[in-house]
Ligand binder design. Structure first.
Ligand code: AMP
Length: 237
């Protein structure tokens, strides 16, 4: 591993390409916050979960391969995820940086990301960790409902219900529950995904790019905390 170089990511980045890696348990609000940061910082939001869900919908051969993992709340094998992210990072819109959401989820993925960025002369700039108590995650995940027309429109049956039950306020489309948000799958998803996530957090803590924000506040406050921490980080860099 290239620990020497990674220990000084800001120097390698030269401040030009911002690679922001969102960390947080399923249900911590990573996706919502990644979308808000993407808008504020004018960077593309890359969600590996969304890329996989799109693959499942299109029923591509790769989609068939990953379906079992995604629907049961397990992790897709590292080589598949890494190849997908590598291709996505090569796209033109990623030239100035990206907000990564849901990747890396294992230390092997984090190391692969470091390697691919190093080849491009950059490194991870910041790793915001959205912390939410584990007791809250179950409730957040099982209550989550998503718009069938635009999956950025996310509701919660208790915390943020739509005006009309089961219908998106913004475009009137029906809401659905992700297969892996069902009560039966959520606990095993957390059991499978939290231990490797904590290893990735340790990995980034060692590399000094990690900082945490409270995720149990209203979404707008979490965004404000994230933006403030990111701007003070880039001022330091
Ligand atoms: P998410 O929308 O981030 O909760 O991701 C949905 C599902 O996609 C996860 O439960 C995994 O099955 C799969 N997935 C997404 N990102 C990764 C990743 N980095 N590594 C392995 N599996 C992933």
């Amino acid at each position: 591993m290239t620990s020497q170089a990674v220990a000084d990511p800001a120097a390698r980045n030269g401040g030009t390409r911002r690679i922001i890696v969102m960390m947080g348990a399923p249900g911590a609000g990573k996706g919502t916050q990644a979308e808000r940061l993407a808008e504020a910082l004018e960077l593309p939001h890359i969600s590996t979960g969304e890329l996989f869900r799109a693959m499942l919908k299109s029923e591509s051969p790769l989609g068939q391969k990953v379906r079992g993992y995604v629907e049961s709340g397990g992790l897709v094998p590292d080589d598949i995820v890494v190849a997908m992210v590598e291709d996505r990072l090569d796209e033109d819109d990623a030239a100035n940086g990206v907000i990564l959401d849901g990747f890396p989820r294992t230390v092997a993925q984090a190391e692969a990301l470091d390697r691919m960025l190093e080849q491009a002369g950059t490194a991870v700039s910041a790793v915001p960790y959205i912390e939410v108590a584990q007791e809250l995650l179950l409730e957040r995940l099982t209550g989550r409902r998503i718009c069938t027309k635009d999956d950025q429109h996310v509701y919660h049956v208790l915390g943020m219900p739509p005006q009309k039950e089961g219908v998106c306020d913004i475009d009137g489309a029906e809401l659905y529950q992700r297969v892996d948000d069902s009560a039966e799958t959520v606990q095993s998803r957390l059991d499978k995904q939290l231990p490797p996530m904590f290893e990735v957090i340790d990995y980034y803590a060692d590399n000094k790019v990690l900082f945490s924000v409270r995720g149990d506040e209203p979404a707008a406050e979490v965004t404000a905390d994230l933006l403030q921490a990111l701007s003070s980080k880039s001022a330091v860099a």
